[in-house]
Design a protein around this ligand. Structure first.
Ligand code: CO8
Length: 372
């Protein structure tokens, strides 16, 4: 059995925050913080919060704006996080809600009903609860059969999810899968930290994966997948269930949100990813000239430019390595799938491309596909 991607969908939250709006909110927060702690700052006991700027953000990352589930809370200098309606245990959670939207689009593209799905993988970097699995709630809300489970490999969740689904379809344990990545990064970002306040946005992507011979229309055959991991603390989150067992755990909440050593990540991940993609291509006897497109993880434009150059052996044309991060920011595992979903229609049968994620872990996942 040759597995294939037969449908893709992206749910994009309607609310947008531009860099300019973000910086106004952050700078107001920083000014208020500095005023409130003027004494301690003057005495050298505390560091003043320096202002952010739209120019820095665009130059350092390539991000121009991001979509979020709640703009008002994030931009309120007194709040600085999204405010989302609390839901009862008997109503669908917010991750399920956005997953249904993205799955609906993917199913329509594949020409499939939800009842024909027998595997749902919710592959994301933050699940709103540990159990019951979000994927099982999505399975029920859709009316899908079979089985469902959650998995988390941070930014690489979607590509690792594609590998898991493709392997299960090949082995016969599932016939037709949805790999869905609801990423509500805004709930997990420290918007009061200027080093990272601009990095993330919210979105949900979904893919239908089934045997190529069952595809009803245009599709992408999954030729091969390759996943790799290497432990690193440079991107870390300590918000696990054991947190209340740590003495003084409520005093400092900072490490329960997203924390990273951005420069080190940048330097260490680039060679890892370039070597990973080149190794995968060599293994499959695929050369740069055989690839029409790279759909890369969407964290940073300079990072993608570097990887594109290494992989292609020249500066890639914009259409060969499309970025979406200027509009979405980093959406964790969803980034490369948004790029794939928005920039794959124009490929011709037989054209090949490569989806690649990378992120915390570290993890790298690449998927070599061919238009069917
Ligand atoms: N405005 C103005 N100045 C600033 C700002 C700002 N907002 N922020 C920092 N500066 C200053 C710094 O203080 C520093 O000053 P100095 O040189 O005096 O110390 C200077 O600007 C340079 O700062 P950096 O070295 O931090 O800046 P860089 O140019 O290296 O860019 C980036 C920072 C954009 C973070 C860059 O390093 C980068 O993109 N790194 C890789 C990031 C990455 O790929 N991370 C992967 C994370 S994704 C993942 O796997 C986690 C998934 C979990 C999901 C989480 C959901 C929330």
């Amino acid at each position: 059995v040759q597995p294939a991607i037969t449908g893709s969908g992206v749910f994009t939250p309607p609310e947008v925050i531009t860099n300019e709006e973000l910086v106004v909110a952050y700078n107001a927060h920083a000014e208020a913080f500095n005023a409130a702690h003027a004494g301690a700052i003057a005495a050298g006991e505390m560091e003043a919060r320096a202002p952010s700027s739209p120019e820095f953000i665009l130059g350092a990352s390539g991000i121009e704006r991001r979509h979020v589930m709640d703009k008002a809370g994030v931009l309120d200098p007194q709040v600085m996080h999204p405010i989302l309606r609390a839901r009862g245990d008997d109503e669908p959670g917010i991750m399920t809600e956005i997953a249904l939207d993205a799955c609906g689009t993917a199913l329509a593209q594949a020409g499939r009903e939800a009842g024909e799905i027998d595997l749902v993988i919710c592959a994301a970097s933050n699940h709103e609860r540990p159990y019951p699995a979000i994927a099982i709630e999505i399975q029920q809300a859709l009316g899908a059969g079979g089985f469902a489970f959650d998995m988390n490999v941070a930014c690489s969740s979607a590509t690792f999810g594609i590998q898991a689904a493709a392997d299960m379809i090949r082995s016969g344990s599932a016939r037709r899968a949805l790999v869905v990545s609801p990423e509500i990064c805004s709930g997990h970002l420290e918007w009061r930290d200027r080093d990272c306040h601009f990095i993330f946005g919210d979105v949900c992507t979904a893919l239908v994966i089934e045997a190529a011979e069952e595809a009803k229309g245009a599709h992408f055959r999954i030729l091969s997948t390759r996943c790799a991991t290497k432990f690193s603390n440079n991107i870390r989150n300590n918000n696990g269930f054991l947190r209340r067992t740590r003495p003084g755990h409520m005093a400092d909440r900072r490490d329960m949100l997203f924390v990273q050593e951005g420069r080190r990540v940048f330097k260490e991940v680039l060679p890892l990813v370039s070597a990973h993609i080149l190794g995968h291509m060599a293994e499959e006897a695929v050369g740069a000239a055989d690839l029409r497109r790279l759909w890369l993880h969407q964290a940073n434009k300079t990072m993608n430019d570097f990887i594109g150059r290494k992989v292609m052996g020249r500066v890639p044309e914009a259409h060969e390595q499309p970025n979406i991060l200027q509009d979405y920011a980093n959406t964790s595992s969803a980034g490369s799938i948004i790029a794939f979903s928005q920039y794959s229609d124009d490929l011709d049968p037989g054209d090949r491309g490569l989806i690649c994620s990378f992120g915390a872990g570290y993890s790298v996942g690449s998927v070599l596909v061919e238009r069917g």
